[in-house]
Design a protein around this ligand. Structure first.
Ligand code: AMP
Length: 420
């Protein structure tokens, strides 16, 4: 299928061509026509599937065509017509960047509001006018209470990663925001799951919504090669990590680790060893986090050591390797983590380091993703205890140990080239 078949307007087609996208991803092919018709949509799709463009493209098109009446400019007050709520600053920024990129041929303004940043620049942004507002719930409520944002003209409301917003305790804020939007708006919810609270929220907010599910079990979002190395202890993990970082070549790596303190310690250790490494975790203020992500994007940081919360939504095309120094406690986080590589249709490698106490977690992840993660040994770094799935000693590093080399991709691999 081609983007033209989705009846997107020429300015959007031009932007998509400039991005190097050849064809819509499955979530885009299914969602865009429904949203262009004005339907409510409830969609299950993980990050990495192209879900952002699936709602931003129709939002831009509806603003550019239907919304010919620009909202009245009120001094000092932002009156958006589209609102995207996102759970984290990183995801909000990511959505806003894509909105700006796809809409660069249209005269529409996107503003991004998130907590942990000073208010005055956000006031100034709102004052210049806003068509699409992307915001985290808490900071948006602050702006509403200060009379800086008026949601009464919204024609489209998008809740991105709705389950995650609820997990982070934003339920009340989200409900409050929704109650301020006009009842006749169009509503779109994206969520990894619609079980429990997320399902109830979806039912309460939408009217005869179309349901779309592009997940294949919970498989990895794109063709990401996965491996596990068994380690005896942390010191052994460090030695394996050294080797993996030495072998990554041109690409950049993200190393996921369980705690903020360990993230700092490991980033310092790597720097002492001559790596351009930096930490990213929830204890850093927004400016520090932005600076680190910017350095990563520009290639000034080759290895990012991150905790889960900080790396959510991170989209850096140069990341060719994700290393789970500690396995995540929740299987769902595993899929999010490995989705940091293989961006924009590129291939990527996800390597997990597991010690004896993490074997149960590994099995849970395998059950969740529906595929076995093949074990590998690096010559000279074999674990002292032989694992049943580990290949025989002396095999070349990364030689496949049997079936299940790759996770089943959630969608057919996209054909577009990677943007650098
Ligand atoms: P998302 O799931 O929205 O986080 O998007 C994942 C990545 O896919 C982002 O880097 C997008 O720029 C990229 N992307 C979105 N749509 C397409 C497409 N149709 N073809 C290739 N890459 C895409």
């Amino acid at each position: 299928m081609r983007f033209e078949q989705l009846e997107l307007i020429p300015p959007l087609l031009q932007s998509l061509a400039a991005c190097g996208y050849d064809e819509p991803t499955p979530i885009q092919a299914q969602t865009i026509p429904l949203l262009l018709q004005g339907r409510d949509v409830i969609a299950s799709a993980q990050t990495g599937t192209g879900k952002t463009a699936a709602f931003i493209l129709p939002a831009l098109q509806r603003l550019a065509t239907h919304g010919t009446r620009p909202t009245p400019r009120r001094r000092g007050v932002g009156v958006p017509r589209v609102l995207v709520l996102a759970p984290t600053r990183e995801l909000a920024q990511q959505v806003a960047t894509q909105a700006t990129r796809y809409g660069d041929q249209l005269r529409l303004r996107t503003v991004c509001l998130f907590g942990g940043a000073p208010y005055p620049p956000q006031y100034r942004d709102l004052e210049r006018g806003v068509d699409i507002l992307v915001a985290t719930p808490g900071r948006l409520i602050d702006h509403v209470q200060r009379g800086r944002v008026d949601l009464s003209r919204l024609s489209m409301l998008v809740l991105d990663e709705a389950d995650r917003m609820l997990d982070l305790g934003f339920q009340e804020d989200v409900e409050r925001v929704c109650s301020l939007a006009p009842a006749e708006r169009q509503t779109v919810l994206f969520s990894a799951t619609f079980d429990g609270a997320a399902g109830r929220l979806a039912a309460a907010l939408t009217r005869t919504a179309a349901r779309i599910d592009v997940r294949t079990a919970h498989a990895a979002p794109v063709a990401i090669e996965q491996r596990v190395h068994f380690a005896d202890d942390r010191a052994h993990k460090y030695r394996i990590l050294d080797r993996l970082l030495a072998e990554v070549g041109e690409g950049q790596s993200i190393v996921f680790i369980a705690t903020k303190r360990d993230a700092e310690t490991l980033a310092n250790k790597l720097r002492d060893e001559g790596h351009t490494a930096a930490a990213l975790h929830g204890d850093m203020n927004q400016r520090e986090r932005d600076r680190t992500v910017m350095r990563l994007r520009r290639g000034g940081v080759r290895t990012l050591v991150a905790t889960d919360v900080a790396a959510r939504g991170l989209d850096v095309p140069g990341i060719s390797q994700v290393i789970n120094f500690d396995l995540p406690r929740q299987a769902e986080s595993y899929v999010h983590r490995i989705g940091r590589t293989g961006r924009a249709g590129a291939s990527g490698i996800a390597v997990s380091l597991a010690n004896a106490s993490e074997r149960g977690t590994l099995r849970q992840i395998e059950r969740y993703t529906g595929s076995a993660i093949p074990a590998r040994v690096l010559p000279g770094l074999e674990p002292s205890r032989r694992e049943p799935t580990a290949p025989a000693r002396g095999r070349p590093s990364y030689a496949p140990s049997g079936a299940g080399r790759k996770a089943r991709p959630a969608a057919p691999p996209r054909r577009s080239s990677r943007r650098r």
